[in-house]
Design a protein around this ligand. Structure first.
Ligand code: MRU
Length: 354
């Protein structure tokens, strides 16, 4: 099952807000609905929001193409409407570069059509094909990341993961969880430790759900237990996904990732990042330039309708942090595994064919 897909006039996605209570597929009909779903974490995870945004743009293109009668080039309102939808989808979340990567790729296709004189229907069709290709590529890329990354894990290892970089966070298979999945598929038995991942519990709700579905030997822990289990020798590797990786190898990922990386260094445990090439942002020299999303205070003050913090307390809620490259042992991409110096190796991998 894919976590997000486009069927006819409908974007279908797993409602990640209601898991693990129930597995609900939502059907969205407009780019506005898709934008809202990205904003409110109905769909989340860097690759999944990129593909969802691309599908949202297809819905916009289809709706705008419907009233266009001519077989000649689209009218100005078509292009204006497409750009509005594009801007709306772009404005949903600032940190994961996959969102911008996917929308840039879609708009580049639209611009090619504009110069070739295609009709509105043809533009919409080309965008649909491009978004479909992106979704298929995502699954393929994750499987390759899994194959390469699983070579870093040994039978019997305890592996800690933070947030959810699984099938739900991608179209399917996952990045960090894809590595764990591939290790299991190759016959290794791992003990998976799952950080609950405050404030919105992607670990406890989503990674734990994926682990139970897959039948892994998995243990859910609160975020502040990771150091304890490392000190006791239960964890031999940590693996996380990423929302954006700068040219020097600095990694933006879910808040709390940096803490895990520092703990790994203290305990001599390798800290791996699994991310597709589309998560690299080589235009940024370092993580200093990555915009960190600040989310609503209510996410920290309580959860699921229960409030535990007092009215009037000041709250900080950065959704991501940046792990400096020097804490990162390796970055696993679909084109190969990058080791330090990342500024050299990431550039080489990004430029490599295939
Ligand atoms: O706020 P979220 O849930 O979208 O954050 C997700 C993460 O931080 C993931 O680790 C990252 O996007 C990689 S998903 C393959």
């Amino acid at each position: 099952m894919r976590s997000v897909e486009l069927t006819g006039d409908v974007v279908r996605m797993v409602n990640q807000k209601v898991l693990p209570g129930r597995l609900e597929m939502l059907e969205l009909n407009t780019a506005e609905q898709v934008a809202q779903a990205i904003r409110d974490l109905t769909v989340r995870g860097a690759p999944a929001i990129g593909v969802a945004a691309a599908f949202g743009l297809v819905l916009a293109a289809d709706a705008l193409a419907r009233p266009e009668q001519s077989t000649g080039p689209p009218t100005d309102p078509f292009w204006d409407g497409l750009d509005q939808a594009h801007q709306l989808l772009r404005s949903t979340r600032p940190t994961a570069v996959n969102l911008f990567w996917a929308l840039d790729r879609m708009m580049a296709r639209a611009r090619e059509q504009r110069t070739s004189g295609a009709s509105a229907q043809q533009v919409a069709m080309v965008l649909r094909e491009e978004a479909g290709r992106m979704a298929d590529e995502d699954v393929d890329v994750n499987r390759r990341i899994g194959q390469l990354g699983q070579t870093l894990l040994r039978d019997g290892d305890g592996v800690l993961t933070h947030c959810n970089a699984g099938a739900l966070a991608t179209v399917d298979y996952g990045t960090a969880l894809g590595v764990i999945r591939a290790a299991h598929e190759s016959g290794k038995r791992l003990r998976v430790y799952i950080d609950e991942t405050r404030p919105v519990l992607q670990g406890a709700r989503l990674t734990a759900w994926e682990a139970v579905q897959a039948g892994w030997d998995a243990t859910l822990i609160t975020d502040n237990m990771a150091g304890h289990f490392m000190r006791l020798g239960h964890i031999q590797a940590a693996i996380v996904g990423a929302d954006r990786v700068a040219a020097n190898g600095d990694v933006a990922n879910k808040i709390g990732t940096y803490t895990v990386a520092v703990l790994c260094r203290e305990h001599g445990i390798p800290f791996y990042v699994a991310a597709p090439i589309s998560t690299l942002d080589l235009r940024l020299a370092s993580g200093e330039q990555i915009v960190i999303e600040e989310r609503h205070a209510d996410e920290v003050k309580g959860y699921g309708g229960i409030r535990w913090a007092p009215e009037g307390v000041r709250v900080a809620n950065p959704a991501f942090d940046v792990t400096p490259w020097r804490y990162v042992t390796a970055i696993i991409t679909e084109k190969g595994i990058a080791n330090p110096p990342f500024d050299v190796h990431l550039k080489q991998l990004a430029a490599a064919q295939g």
